[in-house]
Write a protein that binds this ligand. Sequence first.
Ligand code: ADP
Length: 606
Amino acid sequence: MECAFVGKFCNTLLVNSRRLKIKRRAEMRSHSKFYSSKFKITSVLSQANHNPSLQVATEKQGSPAGFGLGEWVWPSPGDEIPFWMNKFPSTDLSPEVSADIEKDSNLLHIIHVTAEMAPIAKVGGLGDVVTGLARACLSCGHTVDVMLPFYECIQRQEINDLELITTYYSYHDGDWVPIKAYRGLVSGVPVIFVESSNQFFKGQYVYGGSYNELEAYLFFSRACLEWMQVTGVHPDIIHVHEWQTGALPLLYWDMYHLLSLKKPRIVLTIHNMEHYGECRKEQLGKCGLDGSIYGTEDKAVDDLTIGHNPERLSLLKGGIVYSNAVITVSPTYLKETLCSGWLASTLISNRDKYFGILNGIDTVIWNPATDVFLPAKFHAHKPKGKKICKHYVQRGLGLECSLDDNHVPETTENGPLIVCITRLVAQKGLHLITHAIKHTEELGGQMIVLGKASDGRIQREFEDLANLHNQGSSIRILLMYSEELSHMLYAAADMVLVPSIYEPCGLAQMIGMHYGAVPVVRKTGGLADTVFDMDDLSNHEMANGFVFEGIEEGSLNSALDRAFRYYRDKPDEWNSTVQKVMEIDNSWNNTAGKYVKIYNSVRVVC
Ligand code: ADP
């Protein structure tokens, strides 16, 4: 019976697989190999199928369609196509869809110049923020464009109406390099792709190609201004992000503003101060600026290198000094950055134009009631689908799961499911993540880590952990990037863990909450602005999660222990907390207006 079911199930997936594109097949093959051979979890499938309660479910229910879910079938770790790589319908993401917001009266033209944009070139939160903020401003009636390098690795299938719009030249290192500018639509946002004829932006990943990254972004920054000059497109606001585009404000005020670009004003958002674009003076010269004139404390000298031979420049510092307004991504991170770090004195001297605005999430892209990646949709007042999502993920990954008499998955019996979805870098509290895996197992819960490390040493460490844990039935460590799986995991999770050492804003806790996962976070940066402890009696109205302060394991333990106790011993309170976190409005609709206010405060009215 069991084998027959598995066979039938695999057949269904094979039929589905014929619908997949060839590229998807190739991805799937490499993924599948990685997934089942590396972590040997196929064996977990047979364990799961020996679970009597699961057998009942497979015989009587067979698929989530039994829960009224149309074509969905229960996945298993032995599937030829991992469940997050199935073909999903597309969503209508035209900005009007999210527009139950009033149109602004003072309309602006904003051009974002950025190294990332979700979903086509996303590495972390920067990509989400650019897309979400652009869509929110479009919904309010503003004109918005995004300028992005045309990375070789860009997900072209997500670009609509792509067309060549301009061919022109931009300067690099004594030469004028031919450029093609394309226009296309991504999630309803107009994007201008800058494609250079040199080696820049080639390779498999957004970052870390085999070209000089600093010089590539200097080139891109100038190429964007050059495009505005040759086309005569003069926006009100050029919105730059991070060190990668930090040279643009210098190029604007000291070069292009002296030529034909008069109208634009520059807004810089700093998403993370860890990387400040260290640059040698002669390197700055590659984009045509005289590096020697920027090496002073009031311009762009990198304070960290003062007294060194040679001193360096910081593109981020230059960007701060030369922009009309500087924004960072949460009020608490603003305070933290004024108190410590190499940029603190620059930020203090520019305090009157420095603001902290909490990021939002795009609640059209991230909406559990309509999310195309979820086997069952749900929302705060109709939460049943969340249990099905949990069960779906548990089965797909071979985690232990249970069904009640009505074949509806129960959440409290087996302990909570915790997810941690993150770039695997030191900032994210790696030792706390690895400790949480151990402690969750001790407490009888389940944990899934979805993460990607760019550092080989960290990657190997987590591979070892995966080999140790992935054969059991309570922990999965999945070392890859998958947008689809991230949606499913947020939906499946009872808790979302964000134990960052520092966190400028953090989107994972906000997305998690919107999908009904109660956050367990370290009190820092934007986490401190969005998560408030359940046991803080002075702030009961805001209470929505579990917060710890220290960076040692004991501190994390105490938060996890409390979260487990609530989950197991106070189911009613837990359920109302789940409902409460889903109802919190952390959307861009709530916060984009603060950006627009700053745009308006610096714009030039002609
Ligand atoms: P950061 O910008 O520092 O990476 P944030 O919490 O602000 O952190 O944003 C991270 C974004 O990237 C979230 O949308 C999160 O879901 C996503 N993400 C991080 N790692 C992965 C991964 N391995 N697979 C899919 N999405 C990921």
